[in-house]
Ligand binder design. Structure first.
Ligand SMILES: NC(=O)c1ccc[n+]([C@@H]2O[C@H](COP(=O)([O-])OP(=O)(O)OC[C@H]3O[C@@H](n4cnc5c(N)ncnc54)[C@H](O)[C@@H]3O)[C@@H](O)[C@H]2O)c1
Length: 346
């Protein structure tokens, strides 16, 4: 990967839709892209103005004015699936390349319409699971004849599919299936390729299975894990090839299982010698001297003061309950979990 400042030429781009996702994720990521952000457009004028000011860009409240006044190469659009088709077609008609946030549309026909308008322009939808590092690793591994072809793919994602899909589509209702179902599906399609048949079995309490039959001959199961917690950890993907499997656990942990030399009744170790068998694991690690450990001193001082207060309380009370160990701390439990980055219990 190359970063923005390493590129001799940058594309002149505008952002359409300066809402929550754009501000939190797209604009910071642009720091690394070979782009110059020329303009920010949002129908919310004050939001457009504040965001444009922060990035040294010009603010617009209408895409028509934006395209009339700025000489752009491309546009980033992050508004909503209700408006994406119209906004993308308008940008294509203005001869711009388009990066479009997911979901691209409400109905498949609207995607066909956008493709008609696209012409020779380059366009990509931000289906982030299709581009995550674990997906690239899956593509690399299963392109190798030693591991190909992919037999099956299993995706687990907290999700349900509407019971009354026809009405939902007719009334253009926003559902979690529309908003987030595209995440696991985009992983499956990126790795499995084109799909020739789909079958869904929905459970009475929500959840269910969505089976994808790929034209390659592989079969995919999207386990609609409705009821599963949708915070952290969120999702899991497994891809099964020839005598091997790749697991992407919660996006960050990638495990390639190659198996071990195994003779039934004779093999005595599950970790045999050598590096050519077993699992290859890639994890995201936090440096031990960084991050939440910086709060350790403050937390220990606070904990020490709490203990001192209890000692005073105890000295004044004759109760035998909740005796404090005056010889010091017995046990320290430091929780560095996802949701409690700086929590330390003593
Ligand atoms: N990939 C992800 O993980 C992820 C996460 C969150 C949101 N999203 C997607 O990003 C998109 C935006 O979501 P959000 O949460 O930022 O919504 P948001 O409502 O916060 O932002 C949308 C913005 O678009 C503006 N807007 C509406 N019509 C417009 C128009 N015609 N021209 C210009 N601006 C217009 C609104 O004023 C608003 O500021 C959605 O498609 C959503 O699904 C993706």
């Amino acid at each position: 990967m190359s970063y923005q400042r390493e590129f001799p030429r940058r594309l002149k781009v505008a952002l359409v839709g300066a809402g929550s996702h754009s501000y939190r994720n797209l604009l910071p990521a642009m720091n690394f892209l070979p782009v110059t952000l020329v303009a920010v457009c949002d129908i919310n004028e004050s939001l457009a103005a504040a965001t444009a000011r922060q990035y040294g860009a010009t603010a617009y409240s209408s895409t028509r004015d934006l395209y009339a006044r700025e000489a752009l190469d491309a546009v980033f659009i992050a508004v909503s699936p209700y408006l994406h088709p119209q906004l993308a077609c308008e940008a294509f008609d203005a001869h711009l390349h388009v990066w479009l946030e997911k979901p691209p549309a409400i109905r498949a026909d609207e995607v066909k319409e956008m493709i008609l308008h696209r012409g020779e322009r380059i366009s990509v939808v931000g289906f982030k699971k299709a581009f995550m590092p674990g997906t690239e690793k899956a593509l690399e591994i299963f392109a190798d004849p030693q591991h190909a072809p992919i037999r099956s793919i299993l995706a687990e994602y907290p999700m349900s599919i509407p019971a009354d899909g026809e009405r939902v589509l007719r009334e253009r209702e926003f559902t979690n299936w529309l908003g987030n179902g595209c995440h696991p599906l985009s992983f499956m399609l990126a790795v499995g390729g084109a799909v020739r048949a789909v079958c869904v079995h929905r459970g009475a309490h929500g959840g269910g299975v969505c089976v994808l039959e790929f034209t390659s001959g592989a079969i995919g199961t999207l386990h609609l894990a409705d009821g599963g917690n949708s915070t952290q950890p969120l999702e899991r993907y497994s891809v099964f090839g020839k005598d091997c499997q790749l697991v992407i656990d919660n996006s960050s942990r990638v495990i390639f299982q190659r198996g071990i030399p195994f003779a039934y009744g004779q093999t005595t170790s599950h970790v045999p010698a050598g590096m050519e068998s077993g699992a290859v694991v890639a994890v995201t690690l936090q440096a031990a001297d960084k991050g939440d450990t910086t709060t350790m001193d403050a937390t220990l001082i606070e904990a020490g003061m709490a203990v001192a207060e209890l000692v005073v309380e105890q000295a004044e009370s004759h109760s035998e309950e909740n005796k404090i160990n005056l010889h010091g701390i017995d046990e320290l439990v430091a929780d560095k979990g996802y949701l409690s980055l700086s929590l330390i219990h003593i």
